[in-house]
Design a protein around this ligand. Structure first.
Ligand SMILES: NC(=O)c1ccc[n+]([C@@H]2O[C@H](COP(=O)([O-])OP(=O)(O)OC[C@H]3O[C@@H](n4cnc5c(N)ncnc54)[C@H](O)[C@@H]3O)[C@@H](O)[C@H]2O)c1
Length: 287
């Protein structure tokens, strides 16, 4: 997709952090934006940003829980009725759920998977037919994480499992749509300065009881101030600009943190070593 001018972009989690960074970068290209987000305070702040930057009249804030399929369908209808056919779908809403995976309750798993994976699935099932319907150049961008590409870290198991599935789903989607006018990208960031440390504010009772171990980690991260950024941390607008470049060039992977290349080698080296060992054992057994 080369020209974003006048094109409708629907961005989940679009009222804060990375989603808002992508929105701002698209707005600078002339796109019209539907910012779908669960947090009312973030939606109000995003409207303020849009007004201050002069794209308030091209911005439709929508309150949406991406896990609610009926509401998601209605939000897409509302956005298209206002701004025309969907051209860019950004499945970005996510929650930074942290806790020891061995202690995770069903509530922890369900919330982590529902938002971080099924929210993306809901966007794909509801949005792809609309992107296909008009035959114009279009783009899908799913926000995953660097987590699936690096060795396991404490407390990140549920989150990384959901994000790994987002990476795989996006890779396969890119394959399926390779000959279509729809470009497919997956954003895999390391640390970005956002409100992700406040994710626990969004836990809903519908998932039941969080485990004590997850509750403790969440309470700690809510009580702590936002982490002090180091040079590794990226700015959401910078990440948004990288996403636009990827959509323009039909690049599958968006990695804003090249500093992590050595640590991804470490993960791949461990997998290769295990395969090598299996090959040697198989050869030794004469099979
Ligand atoms: N910040 C980072 O360091 C980082 C790193 C890797 C990946 N990510 C991913 O980036 C994406 C955006 O997160 P962020 O860092 O900008 O955090 P953020 O908290 O600033 O923004 C996320 C937005 O998503 C919204 N949201 C959460 N649950 C929702 C739901 N069920 N329905 C609709 N909206 C919902 C929140 O209200 C929030 O406004 C997430 O998928 C996150 O996992 C972030």
């Amino acid at each position: 997709m080369q020209d974003f001018n006048g094109a409708l972009a629907f961005i989940t989690g679009g009222a804060s952090g990375i989603g808002l960074g992508i929105a701002r970068a698209l707005a600078a290209e002339g796109a019209v934006l539907a910012l779908a987000d669960l947090r009312e305070d973030h939606l109000a702040q995003a409207e303020g940003v849009a007004d201050a930057e002069g794209w308030g009249d091209r911005c439709l804030p929508l309150r949406l829980d991406v896990t609610d399929r009926a509401a998601y369908l209605a939000a897409l209808d509302t956005a298209e009725a206002r701004f025309g056919p969907l051209r860019v779908l950004v499945n970005n809403a996510g929650v930074g759920i942290n806790g020891p995976i061995a202690e995770a309750s069903f509530a922890d798993w369900d919330w982590g998977i529902d938002v971080n994976l099924k929210g993306v699935i809901n966007g794909l099932v509801l949005g792809l037919p609309r992107l296909r319907a008009h035959g114009q150049p279009a783009a899908v961008l799913n926000t995953a994480s660097l987590a699936p590409f690096i060795p396991a870290r404490p407390l990140r198991g549920v989150y990384a499992a959901a994000k790994a599935a987002v990476v795989l789903a996006t890779e396969h989607l890119a394959l399926d749509l390779a000959d279509s006018p729809i470009g497919v990208s997956v954003l895999c960031p390391g640390p970005v300065t956002t409100n992700i440390h406040q994710a626990a504010l969004l836990r809903s009772d519908t998932y039941g009881e969080a485990s004590a171990a997850f509750r403790a980690v969440e309470a700690e991260s809510l009580a702590a101030a936002a982490p002090e950024p180091t040079p590794l941390w990226r700015d959401p607008l910078e990440v948004g600009e990288l996403c636009i470049k990827a959509m323009r060039e039909r690049r599958l992977y968006v990695f804003p943190h090249p500093e992590f290349l050595p640590i991804t080698h470490k993960r791949h080296a461990a997998i290769e070593a295990a395969l090598e060992e299996a090959a040697q054992e198989r050869a030794a057994s004469g099979n």
